[in-house]
Design a protein around this ligand. Structure first.
Ligand code: ACO
Length: 143
């Protein structure tokens, strides 16, 4: 089954990469969909953010691709025969927000599975990385 992992990725973090790493073991193909969240004003456009994700993707993750998209996630999924959306949840606030998003995407025909954040990554966020002004160090193939 092909899965889509949508997000703003402003910037991509070890938390995101951990979700990708686990999703690629669960699904035949994973598309990281660098999308637009109307509540956020990222510093770079989708194409630039997608290029940044591609740059940190280990080459051996051959079933993972990265796509930039400015429309609805569910529209992309329906056009590309995607069976499921994957989202990470860190805490109960994420779960509430993600449940609302998942219900909308379900009503548009695409179900969502949640992957709980690893405890050691639950405090990681794109906001924290932007505030610190740097992306945490990347080790090859292991986040
Ligand atoms: N571990 C650590 N951190 C994590 C993890 C994890 N496993 N998973 C997520 N995060 C963090 C990110 O670092 C980020 O932190 P921040 O809030 O400080 O920025 C945060 O959780 C979530 O950010 P992202 O996952 O990058 O993306 P976002 O939540 O902004 O993405 C999305 C939303 C999927 C792009 C959504 O807006 C979307 O699908 N947009 C496309 C348009 C669309 O379909 N809109 C429908 C909206 S309908 C509605 O809102 C009901």
């Amino acid at each position: 089954m092909r899965a889509v992992y949508p997000g703003t990725f402003d910037p991509v973090t070890p938390g995101h990469m951990d979700v990708v790493e686990r999703a690629r073991h669960l699904f035949d193909e994973v598309v990281v969909l660098v999308a637009v969240n109307s509540n956020k004003q990222p510093g770079a456009d989708e194409e630039e953010r997608a290029a940044a994700v591609r740059a940190v993707l280990p080459v051996e993750w051959t079933s993972v691709t990265v796509v930039a998209w400015s429309g609805l996630t569910a529209t992309w999924c329906r056009r590309h025969d995607v069976g499921v959306i994957v989202r990470g949840v860190r805490n109960t606030t994420d779960l509430q927000n993600e449940s609302r998003l998942a219900a909308m995407n379900q009503s548009l025909g695409v179900p969502t599975v949640f992957l709980p954040a690893q405890p050691e990554l639950a405090a990681v966020s794109s906001t924290a990385v932007r505030t610190l002004g740097k992306v945490p160090p990347v080790s090859s193939g292991r986040w």
